[in-house]
Write a protein that binds this ligand. Structure first.
Ligand code: ADP
Ligand code: ZN
Ligand code: ZN
Length: 739
């Protein structure tokens, strides 16, 4: 290579550092081939790593004779477009996270490891010239062939087997026959028709008035950036709105990205999309194998697929013709990554839509306070579906005061009566308790000893059936002790309520009725949850008991009574997000009731029947609750009226993390003028976890820009602190869990 025209590659390497690395191009590579967005294999220390080329420069801060040479280019064409890179750059700056980590997170794991980005060719089929000249009626003696042949006639271009199998079950013999008759031929080209032809294969439902209004509002703004907040309870027909808007976007030959929380991306939803649209649809979630994720990602990236249904990690999937983003259950905490690269898929999705000048729809029955605040500021457009589609009635919510009640394993006598009445009508009951295990505490009645995790500030949870006491915060577990380790007494008693305990009680109180428990302990084996759900839908189960798992996604049409056994535990948390979470949970769980024509009821057991939050929610609805909660946040200058960044530090020795954060807060205070508040350092709510001591320091500012300017200055200074190398620390921008 000509030394007067040096080529230096700036590469994002997946290691926890805030800068990129310079390399010389690999041997024998054509300089023309070098483009940002290509994956490249590079030597790093004693190993090789896979990085992403960010820029091609002609100089380096480092003496070029000291630069190492990259090993090989892994792609012919960049997998990430200029727009994709722009989004990742923005995200890296906003979250102040290690560059390589951010860029590599755009790829599915197979591509991160350097696997090939070639898609295996899938066979496509189209009509031969003879086929185009043939009338379908000539095949009337072979109706299956005729039907398949007609499908080809409705398509102007090649179709693949995925599309064929969406229309027909046993299509292989008919296709073989058409191939043999030379009416159809096979080609291995991957490129799909440039137009999404024959988009719908199922007539959309006739939209009701509110649905139509929402669809119309969105459709008038398909060619620009706008954020729509579609608020509607479960069953109000949000998905139908998505489908009808998607149809318009597909008609413009554009792609659609649909993001959902892990648990709501069910095979049923996937089937609903596939029934509606005859275009290639891919799904992307953690249940898929590495290969499946890779091929879904590539199909979208190469523009072959029209719709991607995915979870948080699908957010960065490149899509050359992206025309719409939908993010369902936008309030859901799972959209925020809680470790490593702590990005909010919702917030970054909005930035992506803005960069691409396309609309984004956020859907929820219980919008986040941030989104409602943005509606108030007229940044988002609110669209409401106040009624349930198909005449289903909304459930009625009521508090049940359990002060002075003799509870039977958490169930009060009036509650037991209500459950009995419901069961007598052959209707189903759903009991919600967000605590698995038998009881959250094991206590000695003689000396007061409590079983605690040695590595965490947490009690061990009794799991009777497995004969264990377990920590829900680390992997710790022990056999259930028979006598107290403190005083040898055998007066060990489980204290409090978990789903396992309630399950036992149900068998005693309602011996004639079948109950099923759905929580992480009972549904670990693959397929078990689906079996239980089938049994429930077939009416083989009378009482459904479960945790968080029940709150989302699943529909139980025959459930007419929903019970929250204990709402109080959600009322007293030090995290200011807690009331919002609780209200969302109550509405979500309530949404399981009475989806069919039967009216549903929701009973919440509480010892706080006067609690203002609960009462606002019950008597005036979620919107009223949200406005009240926003007013409280405003008075306290909490987000969304201010912006936060949380520094967390953990260390094995008790004080190191604290010392580190004290040094950080001193740094901040040493800067001359800034408006940012420094709160702490304080011990984390769980001060010890998995053997590590945990502390945190909160930075808060009423101006986002000021906070980020401060972080820009602070982070390089932190890196210079000696203690920074001794402990693990992380930064969480816009934390949703002050934990
Ligand atoms: P959401 O996504 O808000 O839970 P869905 O779109 O899944 O709501 O709709 C709930 C149920 O109501 C579905 O069974 C759906 O088929 C039906 N539905 C939705 N819109 C209509 C409509 N306009 N007319 C009749 N049924 C509808
Ligand atoms: Zn004891
Ligand atoms: Zn533990």
């Amino acid at each position: 290579m000509n030394s007067s025209k040096k080529i230096i590659l700036s590469v994002a390497v997946p290691i926890p550092l805030h800068f990129s690395f310079d390399y010389l191009p690999p041997d024998g590579c054509n300089p023309e081939q070098l483009k940002p967005g290509l994956r490249i294999k590079i030597p790093f220390g004693k190993q090789s790593k896979i990085g992403v080329i960010l820029a091609i420069n002609s100089s380096s801060d480092i003496n070029t004779s000291k630069l190492k040479q990259a090993e090989e280019l892994l792609d012919v064409e960049p997998l990430l477009s200029a727009k994709d890179l722009q989004l990742l750059h923005w995200t890296q700056l906003y979250y102040h996270h290690a560059i390589g980590d951010v860029f590599i997170s755009a790829f599915p794991s197979a591509l991160r490891k350097g696997k090939s980005s070639e898609l295996k060719p899938t066979p496509y089929f189209s009509l031969t010239e003879a086929g185009q000249a043939t009338d379908a009626s000539t095949l009337k003696k072979a109706p299956k062939q005729q039907a398949l042949f007609k499908l080809f006639q409705t398509q102007s271009k090649a179709i693949n087997i995925a599309v064929i199998s969406q229309h027909f079950k046993l299509w292989r013999p008919s296709l073989n026959a058409l191939l043999k008759k030379e009416l159809v031929y096979e080609s291995n080209f991957i490129a799909l028709p440039t137009k999404n032809i024959c988009i719908t294969q199922q007539t959309p439902l006739a939209a009701n008035e509110q649905q139509q209004a929402a669809i119309d509002s969105i459709n008038t703004k398909l060619d620009k950036f706008s954020v729509f907040l579609l608020e509607g309870v479960t069953g109000s027909g949000k998905t139908e709105v998505y489908l009808q808007v998607i149809e318009q976007v597909l008609a413009r030959n554009l792609q659609v990205l649909v993001l959902l929380p892990e648990i709501t991306l069910t095979p049923q939803l996937e089937a609903r999309f596939k029934q509606r649209f005859a275009v290639p649809i891919e799904t992307y979630h953690s249940q898929h194998t590495e290969r499946q994720r890779q091929s879904a990602w590539l199909a979208m990236q190469k523009g072959h697929s029209s719709i991607l249904l995915g979870t948080r990690s699908a957010l960065f999937t490149p899509a050359p013709r992206l025309g719409l983003i939908i993010l369902d259950e936008e309030h859901d905490a799972s959209f925020k990554q809680q470790e490593g690269f702590r990005f909010s898929a919702r917030d970054v999705a909005i930035v992506r839509a803005k960069m691409l000048h396309i609309p984004i729809i956020l859907g929820s029955a219980t919008p986040s306070l941030e989104s409602l605040y943005n509606v108030d500021k007229q940044l988002y457009q609110l669209l409401r579906l106040p009624n349930r589609a198909g005449n289903a009635l909304p459930p009625k919510l009521a508090l049940l005061d359990i002060r002075n009640q003799q509870l039977q394993e958490g169930l009060s006598p009036p509650l037991i009566r209500e459950i009995k009445k419901t069961l007598a009508k052959k209707e189903q009951v759903l009991l919600f308790l967000n605590r698995r295990g038998f009881a959250p505490t094991l206590i000695c009645h003689s000396c007061g000893w409590v079983a605690q995790c040695k590595r965490c500030d947490a009690n061990l949870v009794v799991h009777y059936r497995q004969g264990k006491i377990r920590c829900h915060h680390c992997a710790g577990e022990q056999p259930l002790p028979r006598s107290c380790p403190g005083c040898q007494s055998e007066e060990l008693k489980p204290l409090g309520l978990g789903t396992e305990r309630v399950e036992n009680a149900l068998k005693v109180i309602f011996p004639e009725h079948k109950s099923v428990r759905l929580d992480r302990d009972t549904t670990q084996k693959k397929g078990v949850l689906e079996q239980h759900l089938d049994a429930i839908n077939q009416g083989k189960v009378d009482i459904i008991l479960g945790t968080q798992m029940l709150a989302k996604g699943h529909h139980f049409p025959n459930v007419t009574l929903v019970v929250l056994l204990d709402v109080d535990s959600g009322l007293f948390s030090i995290d200011f997000h807690a009331p919002e979470r609780l209200a969302q949970l109550i509405v979500q769980v309530s949404g399981r009731a009475g989806r069919a024509e039967k009216k549903g009821r929701v009973i919440m057991q509480t010892r706080q029947p006067e609690h203002p939050l609960l009462n606002t929610l019950i008597h005036h609805g979620y919107q009223a609750f949200a406005q009240a909660a926003l007013a409280e946040r405003k008075a306290a200058a909490l987000p969304p009226y201010s912006y936060q960044a949380l520094l967390r530090a953990v260390s094995l020795e008790k004080d190191t993390a604290l010392e580190f954060l004290l040094a950080v807060s001193e740094l901040v205070n040493s800067y001359p003028t800034h408006s940012t508040w420094v709160l702490g350092p304080v011990a984390a709510p769980m001060a010890k976890r998995a053997g590590q001591f945990r502390y945190q320091l909160l930075l808060q500012d009423t101006q986002r820009k000021q906070l980020h300017l401060l972080l820009n200055r602070l982070l390089p200074d932190i890196a210079k602190l000696k203690l920074a190398r001794k402990i693990r620390w992380s930064l969480d921008v816009d934390p949703i869990d002050l934990y």
